[in-house]
Ligand binder design. Structure first.
Ligand code: NAD
Ligand code: UDX
Length: 477
């Protein structure tokens, strides 16, 4: 059997590497139009940072795992074609700022149609709006010149999270396969199920109809993000009442109906999926006339924006209502730990908010390059996915410094803002950092990972998200 995957990104690369590792009898080729990305996959400096990924790639690459830009050859030879291209939020036209931009998906479908001389199973790996399979089916059937070629479309959404992709792929809670309830649909589901059953117990491979699989993916992300917005909403109330959000989260999380995962209050959720997929869900609801349902889910995104704004206001308010010309050390720019990904990271909005008030942000992240930070800080909302983007002059860039280390970022700073929960941030010598900072020195822990009592003993004024407020933090009006 031969598998091709269109899209060698955060999903296509790791998922195909895992299939190749676990199925040595299957040839897996990952394809991309981005030559630089493919070259990186063929090197030992992979294009994405993901713990354990290099080892998996090295075990299979050259054996039955290949990365290539030769799309026509490998699509033509494949029995199963996964499509794992980006499906960002539309930035212009109808549905701008909400609907999914399916340009890349349509491009991939046209590429499959024009390069197919034999029937194939087409697997939607990208997250797409409900009913995409129907639309893509039309693009495929109308663009293939050989009428004997049949395409069977399956929806097989990916549930991995960045930073834990390898363990998520190795032992997923479930794999979901949606397909048509026809003889050829059932045969396609069986063929894909057999691939996964090489390492995943069959009871964990769930099957359903196409539309349920497509909608389940949007729903899963909406539910996960909703938990974060819910606990973040409570974090604001905790600060006003003297309750401690971690104690509240623990108390509710021990109720088995609620569960204890995904209850960490934070400066806001980021990443390429949550916001995009909820907006997409809202757009689908609006399109079918379900205005109230759309409004309900939209609140999850609004609360997330509120949490980022609230954090910025807290920093500025605590620092005597002005951060003009004050250096603020930013610890962490990635949207979560153990990834270098900055797509929709809350750090962008927080840094922009602080800079708008005149702060100089000295940013340090162990996995994010200065080039990426400059690009993010000068890119308008939703525009991060534009491939032809060129760095433009932005007023934000004048106030951005890149710290070569955390120690470098804190020199002369008035405050430290922890925006990503990197483990290494817990182990720094904060006493030595305190000596290097302007006084009073503040710590704003947007991830609640530091030892706040110890920081207070050193002399810091500490804001811990969702926790009783340090008296010194009261706003100056
Ligand atoms: P990505 O941007 O990292 O990768 C997509 C790749 O597709 C890019 O390298 C791009 O060059 C390539 N591409 C686009 N059009 C192409 C074409 N016609 N031919 C060949 N290559 C093409 O995106 P990603 O983060 O891997 O996400 C892919 C999909 O998976 C999205 O729909 C996303 O919502 C979904 N998803 C992402 C995650 C995640 O954690 N990132 C998790 C689950 C699902
Ligand atoms: C998410 C889903 O978890 C995954 O199943 C889906 O396939 C893709 O989208 P990802 O965005 O990679 O994965 O990371 P995730 O761990 O979900 O974190 C998303 C954001 O929420 C991060 O910014 C993270 O810091 C934040 N978060 C997560 C919290 O603020 N609190 C939490 O308790 C959990």
């Amino acid at each position: 059997m031969k598998i091709a995957c269109i899209g060698a990104g955060y999903v296509g690369g790791p998922t195909m590497a895992m299939i190749a590792l676990k199925c040595p009898h299957i040839e897996v080729v990952v394809l991309d139009i981005n030559e630089e990305r493919i070259n990186a996959w063929n090197s030992d400096t992979l294009p994405i940072y993901e713990p354990g990924l290099l080892e998996v790639v090295q075990a299979a690459r050259g054996r039955n795992l290949f990365f290539s830009t030769d799309t026509s050859k490998h699509i033509s030879e494949a029995d199963i074609v996964f499509v794992s291209v980006n499906t960002p939020t539309k930035t212009s036209g109808i549905g701008a700022g909400k609907a999914a931009d399916l340009t890349y998906w349509e491009g991939a479908a046209r590429m499959i149609a024009s390069n197919s001389k034999s029937s194939k199973i087409i697997v939607e790996k990208s997250t797409v709006p409900v009913k995409t399979a129907e639309a893509i089916g039309k693009v495929l059937s109308r663009n293939c010149s050989d009428p004997s070629v049949q395409f069977e479309i399956l929806s097989n959404p990916e549930f991995l999270a960045e930073g834990t992709a390898i363990q998520d792929l190795m032992k997923p809670d479930r794999v979901l396969i949606g397909g048509s309830d026809t003889p050829s649909g059932r045969a396609a589901i069986k063929a894909l199920k057999e691939v996964y059953e090489n390492w995943i117990p069959s009871e964990r491979v769930l099957t359903c109809n196409l539309w349920s699989a497509e909608l389940a993916k949007l729903t899963a992300n909406a539910f996960l993000a909703q938990r974060i917005s819910s606990i973040n909403a409570i974090s604001a109330l905790c600060e006003e009442t003297g309750a401690d959000v971690q104690q509240v989260a623990h108390a509710i999380g021990t109720d088995s109906r609620i569960g204890n995962k995904f209850l960490n209050a934070s400066v806001g959720f980021g990443g390429s999926c949550f916001q995009k997929d909820i907006l997409n869900l809202c757009y689908v609801c609006e399109t079918v006339g379900l205005k109230e349902v759309a409004e309900y889910w939209y609140q999850v995104v609004s609360m997330n924006d509120h949490q980022k704004n609230r954090f910025v206001e807290r920093v500025i308010g605590s620092m005597f209502n002005s951060v003009k010309n004050k250096k603020v050390a930013i610890f962490g720019f990635a949207f979560k730990k153990d990834t270098g990904d900055t797509r929709e990271t809350p750090a962008i909005d927080v840094c922009k908010g602080l800079i708008q008030d005149g702060a100089i942000c000295a940013i340090y992240d162990p996995e994010v390059s200065p080039e990426m930070i400059f690009r993010d800080m000068s890119t308008p909302k939703f525009e991060w996915d534009k491939p032809n983007y060129t760095k433009s002059a932005s007023r934000f860039l004048e106030n951005v410094l890149i710290g070569s280390s955390a120690e470098d970022a804190v020199k002369g700073a008035h405050a430290i803002c922890v925006l990503t929960e990197w483990d290494r941030f817990k182990d720094y010598d904060y006493k030595a950092m305190y000596e290097q900072m302007s006084k009073p020195a503040f710590v704003f822990d947007g991830r609640n990972i530091l030892d706040h009592d110890k920081l207070r003993e050193i002399g810091f004024i500490v804001y811990a998200l969702g926790k009783p407020l340090d008296p010194f933090l009261q706003k100056v009006y």
